[in-house]
Ligand binder design. Structure first.
Ligand code: ATP
Length: 264
Protein backbone atom coordinates (compact mmCIF):
# COMPACT_ATOMS: atom_id res chain seq x y z
CA UNK A 1 0.00 0.00 0.00
CA UNK A 2 1.32 3.44 -0.88
CA UNK A 3 0.08 6.45 1.09
CA UNK A 4 -1.45 9.26 -0.96
CA UNK A 5 1.23 11.73 -1.97
CA UNK A 6 4.04 9.19 -1.62
CA UNK A 7 3.79 7.55 -5.03
CA UNK A 8 6.88 5.81 -6.38
CA UNK A 9 9.45 7.90 -8.21
CA UNK A 10 7.81 8.82 -11.54
CA UNK A 11 11.19 9.07 -13.27
CA UNK A 12 11.71 5.31 -13.06
CA UNK A 13 13.16 3.70 -16.16
CA UNK A 14 12.95 -0.09 -15.76
CA UNK A 15 15.59 -0.48 -18.47
CA UNK A 16 18.39 0.71 -16.21
CA UNK A 17 17.33 -1.12 -13.06
CA UNK A 18 19.92 -3.51 -11.71
CA UNK A 19 17.29 -5.12 -9.55
CA UNK A 20 13.52 -4.82 -9.44
CA UNK A 21 11.27 -6.82 -7.14
CA UNK A 22 7.52 -6.98 -7.62
CA UNK A 23 4.84 -8.22 -5.24
CA UNK A 24 7.27 -9.90 -2.86
CA UNK A 25 5.72 -11.63 0.15
CA UNK A 26 7.37 -13.60 2.93
CA UNK A 27 5.99 -15.22 6.08
CA UNK A 28 7.66 -17.08 8.88
CA UNK A 29 4.88 -19.33 10.22
CA UNK A 30 2.22 -16.93 11.48
CA UNK A 31 4.47 -13.84 11.11
CA UNK A 32 3.89 -11.84 7.92
CA UNK A 33 7.36 -10.33 7.43
CA UNK A 34 6.75 -8.85 3.95
CA UNK A 35 3.57 -8.14 1.96
CA UNK A 36 3.44 -7.09 -1.69
CA UNK A 37 6.81 -5.33 -1.69
CA UNK A 38 7.89 -3.48 -4.84
CA UNK A 39 11.39 -2.04 -4.99
CA UNK A 40 13.92 -1.11 -7.63
CA UNK A 41 17.37 0.37 -7.79
CA UNK A 42 19.33 1.64 -10.76
CA UNK A 43 23.02 1.55 -11.67
CA UNK A 44 24.78 4.43 -9.95
CA UNK A 45 21.95 4.86 -7.45
CA UNK A 46 22.02 4.49 -3.66
CA UNK A 47 18.67 3.45 -2.20
CA UNK A 48 18.19 3.96 1.53
CA UNK A 49 15.96 1.44 3.29
CA UNK A 50 14.64 2.71 6.59
CA UNK A 51 12.04 1.53 9.08
CA UNK A 52 11.50 0.50 12.63
CA UNK A 53 12.85 -2.63 14.28
CA UNK A 54 11.05 -5.67 12.92
CA UNK A 55 9.63 -3.78 9.92
CA UNK A 56 11.06 -6.31 7.45
CA UNK A 57 14.21 -4.63 6.10
CA UNK A 58 16.62 -7.49 6.81
CA UNK A 59 14.18 -10.06 5.49
CA UNK A 60 14.01 -8.13 2.21
CA UNK A 61 17.80 -7.89 2.01
CA UNK A 62 18.10 -11.62 2.77
CA UNK A 63 15.74 -12.36 -0.14
CA UNK A 64 17.96 -10.27 -2.42
CA UNK A 65 21.06 -12.16 -1.25
CA UNK A 66 19.41 -15.50 -2.02
CA UNK A 67 19.37 -16.47 1.68
CA UNK A 68 15.56 -16.53 1.97
CA UNK A 69 13.17 -17.54 -0.80
CA UNK A 70 10.06 -15.33 -1.16
CA UNK A 71 6.59 -16.93 -0.87
CA UNK A 72 5.16 -14.59 -3.51
CA UNK A 73 6.24 -12.15 -6.21
CA UNK A 74 9.16 -12.10 -8.57
CA UNK A 75 12.62 -10.63 -9.01
CA UNK A 76 14.15 -9.13 -12.15
CA UNK A 77 17.93 -8.83 -12.27
CA UNK A 78 19.21 -6.61 -15.08
CA UNK A 79 15.77 -6.89 -16.66
CA UNK A 80 15.63 -10.70 -16.62
CA UNK A 81 13.41 -12.77 -14.29
CA UNK A 82 15.56 -14.68 -11.85
CA UNK A 83 15.14 -17.10 -8.94
CA UNK A 84 17.91 -16.46 -6.44
CA UNK A 85 18.52 -20.01 -5.28
CA UNK A 86 21.27 -19.38 -2.75
CA UNK A 87 23.78 -16.81 -1.54
CA UNK A 88 26.38 -18.40 -3.81
CA UNK A 89 24.03 -18.15 -6.80
CA UNK A 90 23.23 -14.47 -6.06
CA UNK A 91 26.94 -13.74 -5.70
CA UNK A 92 27.68 -15.39 -9.03
CA UNK A 93 25.31 -12.85 -10.63
CA UNK A 94 27.09 -9.94 -8.95
CA UNK A 95 24.95 -9.46 -5.82
CA UNK A 96 27.28 -8.88 -2.89
CA UNK A 97 26.40 -8.24 0.74
CA UNK A 98 28.49 -6.63 3.44
CA UNK A 99 27.36 -8.45 6.57
CA UNK A 100 27.55 -6.92 10.01
CA UNK A 101 30.21 -9.39 11.14
CA UNK A 102 32.13 -8.49 7.94
CA UNK A 103 33.48 -12.05 7.49
CA UNK A 104 37.09 -10.95 8.02
CA UNK A 105 40.00 -13.04 9.25
CA UNK A 106 41.63 -10.81 11.85
CA UNK A 107 45.10 -12.31 11.82
CA UNK A 108 45.45 -12.17 8.03
CA UNK A 109 46.76 -9.07 6.26
CA UNK A 110 44.52 -6.70 4.32
CA UNK A 111 45.53 -8.04 0.89
CA UNK A 112 44.66 -11.65 1.79
CA UNK A 113 41.31 -10.58 3.27
CA UNK A 114 40.58 -8.79 0.00
CA UNK A 115 41.20 -12.05 -1.86
CA UNK A 116 39.47 -14.33 0.65
CA UNK A 117 38.26 -17.48 -1.19
CA UNK A 118 39.58 -15.94 -4.41
CA UNK A 119 43.31 -16.30 -3.75
CA UNK A 120 45.60 -16.13 -6.79
CA UNK A 121 48.00 -19.06 -7.12
CA UNK A 122 50.81 -20.09 -9.45
CA UNK A 123 48.80 -22.84 -11.12
CA UNK A 124 49.32 -25.77 -11.22
CA UNK A 125 51.46 -25.12 -8.13
CA UNK A 126 49.48 -24.17 -5.02
CA UNK A 127 51.78 -21.25 -4.09
CA UNK A 128 50.13 -17.89 -3.49
CA UNK A 129 50.93 -15.03 -5.86
CA UNK A 130 51.47 -12.66 -2.98
CA UNK A 131 53.15 -9.84 -4.91
CA UNK A 132 50.34 -9.76 -7.45
CA UNK A 133 47.66 -9.86 -4.75
CA UNK A 134 49.32 -6.98 -2.87
CA UNK A 135 49.45 -4.91 -6.03
CA UNK A 136 45.81 -5.63 -6.87
CA UNK A 137 44.73 -4.91 -3.28
CA UNK A 138 46.53 -1.55 -3.31
CA UNK A 139 44.92 -0.76 -6.68
CA UNK A 140 41.43 -1.75 -5.47
CA UNK A 141 41.72 0.38 -2.32
CA UNK A 142 43.17 3.35 -4.19
CA UNK A 143 40.50 3.17 -6.88
CA UNK A 144 37.77 3.80 -4.33
CA UNK A 145 39.79 6.19 -2.22
CA UNK A 146 40.32 4.11 0.92
CA UNK A 147 43.30 5.21 3.00
CA UNK A 148 44.89 2.13 4.60
CA UNK A 149 48.50 2.58 5.74
CA UNK A 150 49.63 -0.79 4.36
CA UNK A 151 48.04 -3.74 2.58
CA UNK A 152 50.26 -6.01 4.68
CA UNK A 153 48.74 -4.76 7.96
CA UNK A 154 46.73 -7.35 9.87
CA UNK A 155 43.02 -6.60 9.64
CA UNK A 156 42.65 -7.12 13.40
CA UNK A 157 44.83 -4.04 13.98
CA UNK A 158 42.55 -1.70 11.98
CA UNK A 159 39.68 0.46 13.19
CA UNK A 160 36.04 -0.58 12.72
CA UNK A 161 35.66 1.97 9.93
CA UNK A 162 38.72 0.73 8.07
CA UNK A 163 37.57 -2.90 8.39
CA UNK A 164 34.14 -1.96 7.09
CA UNK A 165 35.78 -0.08 4.19
CA UNK A 166 37.83 -3.16 3.31
CA UNK A 167 34.69 -5.32 3.35
CA UNK A 168 33.05 -2.88 0.93
CA UNK A 169 36.22 -2.79 -1.23
CA UNK A 170 36.21 -6.59 -1.38
CA UNK A 171 32.67 -6.60 -2.75
CA UNK A 172 33.51 -3.93 -5.30
CA UNK A 173 36.73 -5.71 -6.26
CA UNK A 174 34.70 -8.83 -7.00
CA UNK A 175 32.84 -6.78 -9.63
CA UNK A 176 29.57 -6.47 -7.73
CA UNK A 177 26.66 -5.02 -9.69
CA UNK A 178 24.44 -4.74 -6.63
CA UNK A 179 25.88 -4.04 -3.20
CA UNK A 180 23.72 -4.63 -0.12
CA UNK A 181 24.72 -3.03 3.16
CA UNK A 182 22.75 -3.98 6.27
CA UNK A 183 23.38 -1.27 8.88
CA UNK A 184 27.06 -0.70 8.10
CA UNK A 185 27.06 2.38 10.33
CA UNK A 186 25.56 0.75 13.43
CA UNK A 187 27.95 0.90 16.38
CA UNK A 188 30.35 3.21 14.56
CA UNK A 189 31.68 6.50 15.78
CA UNK A 190 31.20 9.71 13.78
CA UNK A 191 34.70 9.53 12.29
CA UNK A 192 34.34 5.90 11.21
CA UNK A 193 30.87 6.49 9.76
CA UNK A 194 32.34 9.38 7.76
CA UNK A 195 34.85 6.96 6.14
CA UNK A 196 32.04 4.68 4.96
CA UNK A 197 29.78 7.53 3.85
CA UNK A 198 32.64 9.00 1.81
CA UNK A 199 33.28 5.59 0.27
CA UNK A 200 29.62 5.24 -0.70
CA UNK A 201 29.72 8.71 -2.31
CA UNK A 202 32.82 7.62 -4.22
CA UNK A 203 31.10 4.44 -5.47
CA UNK A 204 28.02 6.43 -6.43
CA UNK A 205 30.15 8.75 -8.54
CA UNK A 206 31.69 5.81 -10.39
CA UNK A 207 28.15 5.07 -11.51
CA UNK A 208 28.58 1.36 -12.27
CA UNK A 209 27.05 -0.20 -9.19
CA UNK A 210 23.63 -0.11 -7.49
CA UNK A 211 23.61 0.10 -3.71
CA UNK A 212 20.93 -0.61 -1.10
CA UNK A 213 21.76 0.70 2.35
CA UNK A 214 19.84 -0.06 5.55
CA UNK A 215 20.47 2.66 8.13
CA UNK A 216 18.78 4.11 11.18
CA UNK A 217 20.35 7.58 11.05
CA UNK A 218 18.00 9.51 8.76
CA UNK A 219 20.43 12.41 8.40
CA UNK A 220 23.09 10.08 7.00
CA UNK A 221 20.51 8.42 4.75
CA UNK A 222 19.48 11.74 3.25
CA UNK A 223 23.13 12.77 2.82
CA UNK A 224 24.30 9.68 0.99
CA UNK A 225 21.21 8.18 -0.68
CA UNK A 226 19.51 9.22 -3.89
CA UNK A 227 16.19 7.75 -2.87
CA UNK A 228 14.56 6.58 0.34
CA UNK A 229 12.09 3.73 0.88
CA UNK A 230 10.32 3.38 4.22
CA UNK A 231 9.34 -0.13 5.32
CA UNK A 232 6.45 -0.37 7.78
CA UNK A 233 5.02 -3.68 8.97
CA UNK A 234 6.36 -5.50 5.94
CA UNK A 235 5.22 -2.98 3.33
CA UNK A 236 7.01 -0.17 1.52
CA UNK A 237 4.86 2.83 2.35
CA UNK A 238 7.04 5.65 1.08
CA UNK A 239 9.32 6.04 -1.95
CA UNK A 240 10.83 9.47 -2.46
CA UNK A 241 13.98 11.12 -3.81
CA UNK A 242 16.20 12.05 -0.86
CA UNK A 243 16.35 15.61 -2.17
CA UNK A 244 12.57 15.83 -1.87
CA UNK A 245 12.26 14.74 1.75
CA UNK A 246 13.79 15.66 5.11
CA UNK A 247 14.77 14.14 8.43
CA UNK A 248 11.72 15.83 9.98
CA UNK A 249 9.37 14.25 7.42
CA UNK A 250 10.87 10.76 7.87
CA UNK A 251 10.64 11.05 11.66
CA UNK A 252 7.07 12.24 11.37
CA UNK A 253 6.11 9.24 9.19
CA UNK A 254 7.70 6.76 11.56
CA UNK A 255 6.30 8.40 14.70
CA UNK A 256 2.80 8.75 13.21
CA UNK A 257 2.20 5.02 13.44
CA UNK A 258 2.80 5.16 17.20
CA UNK A 259 0.45 8.11 17.62
CA UNK A 260 -2.22 6.08 15.84
CA UNK A 261 -1.70 3.40 18.48
CA UNK A 262 -0.44 1.13 15.76
CA UNK A 263 3.09 0.58 17.07
CA UNK A 264 4.06 -3.03 17.66
N1 ATP B 1 14.00 -16.44 10.58
C1 ATP B 1 12.90 -15.90 11.12
N2 ATP B 1 11.98 -16.66 11.74
C2 ATP B 1 10.85 -16.13 12.26
N3 ATP B 1 10.54 -14.82 12.21
C3 ATP B 1 11.42 -14.00 11.60
C4 ATP B 1 12.65 -14.49 11.03
N4 ATP B 1 13.32 -13.45 10.48
C5 ATP B 1 12.56 -12.36 10.71
N5 ATP B 1 11.43 -12.69 11.36
C6 ATP B 1 10.34 -11.77 11.74
O1 ATP B 1 9.99 -11.02 10.59
C7 ATP B 1 9.74 -9.66 10.92
C8 ATP B 1 10.69 -8.75 10.16
O2 ATP B 1 12.01 -8.91 10.68
P1 ATP B 1 13.30 -8.23 10.05
O3 ATP B 1 14.48 -8.78 10.75
O4 ATP B 1 13.24 -8.35 8.58
O5 ATP B 1 13.07 -6.70 10.46
P2 ATP B 1 14.07 -5.46 10.37
O6 ATP B 1 13.29 -4.34 9.77
O7 ATP B 1 15.32 -5.86 9.68
O8 ATP B 1 14.36 -5.15 11.90
P3 ATP B 1 15.69 -4.59 12.64
O9 ATP B 1 15.80 -3.13 12.28
O10 ATP B 1 15.34 -4.79 14.08
O11 ATP B 1 16.84 -5.42 12.19
C9 ATP B 1 9.87 -9.56 12.44
O12 ATP B 1 8.61 -9.73 13.00
C10 ATP B 1 10.78 -10.74 12.78
O13 ATP B 1 10.55 -11.19 14.09
Amino acid sequence: MTEPGTEPDPGTDPGTDVIRVEGIGKSFGPVNALTDVNLHVRRGEVLGLIGDNGAGKSTLIKILTGYHQPDAGHILFEGEPVTLKSVVHARSLGIETVFQDLAMVDDLPVYLNLHLNRELTHRPLPFLRRREMKRLAREALDSIGIAIPSVTAEVGMLSGGQRQAIAVARSVYSKAKLLLLDEPLAAMGAKESAVILRLLQELKQRGDIAIILIAHNYGQVIDVCDRVNLVQHGEITFDRRAADTSVAELLELVNAEYRLGDGR
